[in-house]
Write a protein that binds this ligand. Sequence first.
Ligand code: ADP
Length: 280
Amino acid sequence: MAVKIKNVSKIYNKISVVDDLSFEIKSGEIFGLLGPNGAGKSTTIKMLITLARPSEGKIEVAGYDVVESPFAVKRNIGVVLQQTSVDGDLTVWENLEFHGRMHHIPNPQRQELIDRWLEYVELNDRRSSLVKTLSGGMKRRLQIARALLHNPQVLFLDEPTVGLDPQTRRRLWEIIKDLNRQGMTILITTHYMEEVEFLCQRVGIIDAGKLIELGTVDDFKQKYGQGIMVTQKGDRIDYQFFPTTQDANEYVNNIEDKTGIMIRPSNLEDIFVKLTGRQL
Ligand code: ADP
């Protein structure tokens, strides 16, 4: 197991913002952690990457306990957070050089790794550019190169594609898939459900600090329904699940007034909204 979370809670001001959370991530898996704003995703990631201490429970990442061996955990993880951005007043190379030194990677290996990952994220021709001159997508790719430089076992991506244009987002998806093909375990948080359907082998949905669903997207569709009937009445839209689209069609066939009714296969977003009761 790459990540083990057992009965973990995080209490801020007497409130459990993460509440008795337990799940595991297998080595080589892309795991999606979903939940509406305020659900406790960031707090969970902070505990996993040793930036916050669990109030209760036990967390192991890459085989190390986050409280007992935080440095061993840090050596074995790569992190791309929203907040920890790259330094705009340094060049692309300087950012990686700095990170490589922080991780005590000796030369010439350090330069080889910098070259390799710059090549990989297609930023080699920008190595001497100041980071503040890069586009949002380039900055994100640099963050990924930096997260990979010290050869981590587990990669944490917190909303990696937020604010990027669709082309750039798809390029990042390819990179994430390719890294996973090479054996990287990845935990990703995102509000983009099509991203989850494309990338994640398994998904955990949390709401108000609690895990409310865990499984594959197909598991969820089996459980909640593969077909959905969408009914638009004025400004209001209702959703009703059916085991299959055929069941939904049969149901609609018996309705006289079919105005505003549409049948389609259900998707993760439908299930997410049903479970968390809120649109993202
Ligand atoms: P998400 O990432 O799912 O949006 P967060 O983990 O950021 O959720 O937040 C979960 C809850 O914990 C929120 O209600 C937030 O206000 C609260 N919270 C997060 N960090 C702190 C903190 N350092 N002190 C107090 N409350 C916090």
